[in-house]
Design a protein around this ligand. Structure first.
Ligand code: GLU
Length: 460
């Protein structure tokens, strides 16, 4: 059997990390089994759905590296399909037209509540044989007795008595399908074998199973992953530092870090923390999904980000860095970034900080500004050191890091100096910063001509 999974976001907001994690799980499951991963935009709520959110969700999917198979599906373009199945359910006696007003339905719920029962529609229109008409909805005729039982991939066996379920609306008065109707038709039509989603949908699943049964379709496997909570075990929110996927991208987080972080938040493989994507594809078979809600831990995410900043191959790092450098107004060839990025990969927390730290390398000597702390090291004595080192450097046969390191070391020794009398003024002169990589690495990165120009300017 070919495994087909899907991710079905509603474009009513940006992709948040909970949705991102669901998408990653679905993608991994499909890739692990060599199946298909489909993407469907659930935009039947015309009021709240926005194209800009669809675009943003797609961009986040791409950024996370989650490619999808086949056409992108929009539910709003499939209304006829849903309604054809609503008609089929009516013809088969599984659904019926209902003209009860929302107020009447609410009153029925109230009556049920007063009797200590589950609030639900009382089935008044079941036998009335109504046809279509303005203001009428179509409801599912829930069987009178029985239980819906399914084996959840995450939560284990779940059983619900049908008396708990309402004659739910399948088609609204405006002709739009409800979520449960559209989702079942789509999942069946797309050949979805595994529905993995957030457990905020677990109560919909028995209703959807009834629809599969009424339509004579085989039900897929379901898996409901628990919500992500804040470190305080409360519902995750911005207050916990949780952000939309696009915000992490804009902040300069590495997508590998977010993918690795989110997968581990709800799935485990022993106590391993770091996984490459290919390793995840190999290991992720849908088992070992945690049924307990996991807490979001921003520090661990930063820790993983630091790991991937350190480990990413230089060409990859340079490619990711380029748009951030461009935001600072510098269009720098990738090859140049490949040389520079390794100098900062262990110093910067993210790509944005790294791009900011690299700006001085792209400015020309004349427009280089100096941080306040760095400027303090460029007073009299510091400037004299800069001038003296400049004379030494000008004589060197080459500007390779080893040659430079040796020359500076010898200069310090010869003069009976401490390195901190020489290093900080040089760094300030070269890049206007008080911290940063070793001076010889900065010099080599800038090259002889540019370095000497900057030293001359600082020496005054
Ligand atoms: N559109 C639904 C949501 O965004 C998806 C539900 C599902 O996966 O079935 O919550």
């Amino acid at each position: 059997m070919k495994v087909v999974t899907r991710f079905a976001p509603s474009p009513t907001g940006h992709l948040h990390i909970g949705g991102g994690r669901t998408a990653i799980f679905c993608w991994l499951l499909a890739r692990h089994f060599g199946g298909e991963f489909r993407l469907r935009i659930e935009d039947t709520d015309a009021e709240r759905s926005r194209q800009e959110y669809t675009d943003s969700i797609l961009a986040s999917m791409k950024w996370l590296g989650l490619d999808w198979d086949g056409e992108l599906t929009y539910q709003s373009q499939r209304l006829d399909l849903y309604n054809s199945y609503v008609d089929r359910l009516i013809e088969g006696g599984h659904a019926y037209w209902c003209d009860c007003s929302p107020e009447e339905v609410e009153a029925m719920r109230e009556v049920a509540r007063a009797k200590g029962q589950k609030p639900r529609y009382n089935g008044r229109c079941r036998q009335r044989g109504l046809g279509p008409g303005p203001g009428r909805v179509v409801r599912l005729k829930v069987p009178d007795e029985g239980r819906v039982v399914f084996q959840d991939m995450v939560k284990g066996a779940i059983a619900v008595d049908v008396t708990e379920l309402d004659d739910m609306v399948l088609r609204r008065a405006d002709g739009m399908p409800t979520y449960n109707m559209a989702v079942v038709v789509d999942d069946h039509d797309m050949g979805v074998t595994h529905v993995v989603r957030g457990d905020d949908h677990v109560s919909n699943t028995p209703k959807q199973i009834l629809l599969y049964q009424a339509l004579g379709w085989e039900t897929p496997v379901f898996g409901h992953v628990p919500m992500i909570l804040g470190p305080d075990k409360q519902k995750l929110s911005k207050r916990h530092g949780a952000r939309a996927v696009i915000e992490y991208e804009q902040d300069g987080l590495l997508p590998q870090a977010l993918v690795n972080y989110l997968v581990r938040l709800g799935w485990s493989h022993g106590d391993q923390e770091i996984f490459s994507l290919s390793e995840l594809v190999r290991l992720f078979d849908g088992s070992n999904l945690n049924s307990a809600a996991a807490a979001f831990d921003p520090e661990k995410l930063q820790w993983l980000n630091a790991h991937y900043l350190k480990e990413s191959p230089a060409p990859e790092l340079a490619a990711m860095l380029r748009p951030f450098v461009r935001q600072f107004g510098f269009d720098v060839p990738a090859s140049r970034l490949e040389e520079l990025a390794p100098l900062y990969r262990e110093r910067a927390a993210n790509l944005k900080d790294m791009a900011a730290a690299l700006c001085p390398y792209f400015q020309d000597a004349g427009s280089l500004s100096c941080e306040e702390k760095a400027a303090k090291s460029l007073t009299g004595e510091g400037r004299a050191q800069v001038a003296a080192v400049r004379r030494v450097l000008a004589e060197l046969p080459d500007f390779e890091p080893e040659t430079l390191e040796k020359a500076i070391h010898e200069y310090v020794e010869r003069g009976g100096l401490k390195f901190k009398q020489v290093g900080p003024p040089l760094r300030a002169a070269l890049i206007g910063q008080s911290g940063g990589p070793s001076v010889h690495l900065i010099l080599a990165a800038l090259g002889r001509a540019e370095s000497l120009k900057r030293l001359d300017r600082a020496a005054g």
